[in-house]
Unconditional design. Structure first.
Length: 195
């Protein structure tokens, strides 16, 4: 047996074929050719596979297709907060699906209404959604019309019920922690102590 040999001999074509098929793990290739009668050492196979990797570098794996959740996140996120790759992928998707592009534009306009407190422009936004017949937003826009004055006030005024909601959530958390263990008196003490 030739100890100076740097390739797996007659089983080299098998390794080449399996490497081309995507099996690049030297250990698994060694196990395969050992079952086919290879008498050499694993180190020779490792060196040969290493040379193959250098000669034929693998291309990056194909990107996975974006999920609905991915695209929804890209649309609802502020454009400045998207990385370049996500922004490019979103641009490609919106170019292929015009209805989704229109919906994305309405979503961004609504986000601007909310963040800039321009609730007075809500009627124009609803009219634009209804004229585009965007099915994803039509039900939402119709729901806003049922209590338009309150929604306009919520989008215009600087006052928020966030603090009250925070206190309610805190009380609910305390109540859940004590469920089945103590009565109202202890809950009252814990709520007063937390405040």
């Amino acid at each position: 047996m030739d100890r100076t040999r740097q390739h797996p001999g007659p089983l080299q074509p098998h390794i080449d074929q399996r490497f081309a098929q995507g099996l690049t793990n030297a250990r698994r290739l060694f196990e395969e050719i050992t079952q086919r009668g290879y008498p050499g050492k694993e180190q020779i196979v490792r060196k040969y596979v290493h040379r193959l990797r250098e000669a034929f570098p693998r291309q990056d794996p194909p990107r996975r297709k974006p999920s609905v959740r991915d695209v929804t996140g890209w649309i609802t996120r502020h454009p400045d907060r998207l990385d370049a790759d996500d922004a490019q992928r979103l641009k490609e998707i919106l170019a292929r699906v015009p209805a989704l592009a229109a919906t994305a534009e309405h979503v961004r306009n609504f986000a601007e209404l909310m963040s800039n407190r321009r609730g007075r422009q809500l009627k124009q936004w609803i009219a634009a959604v209804q004229s585009d017949q965007a099915p994803a937003l039509a039900a939402f826009a119709t729901g806003l019309l049922t209590d338009l004055d309150a929604v306009v006030a919520g989008l215009s005024l600087r006052y928020s019920s966030g603090a009250v909601e925070g206190h309610n959530n805190k009380i609910k958390m305390l109540k859940r922690q004590m469920f089945g263990r103590a009565g109202f008196d202890l809950l009252r003490l814990r709520v007063l102590h937390a405040a």
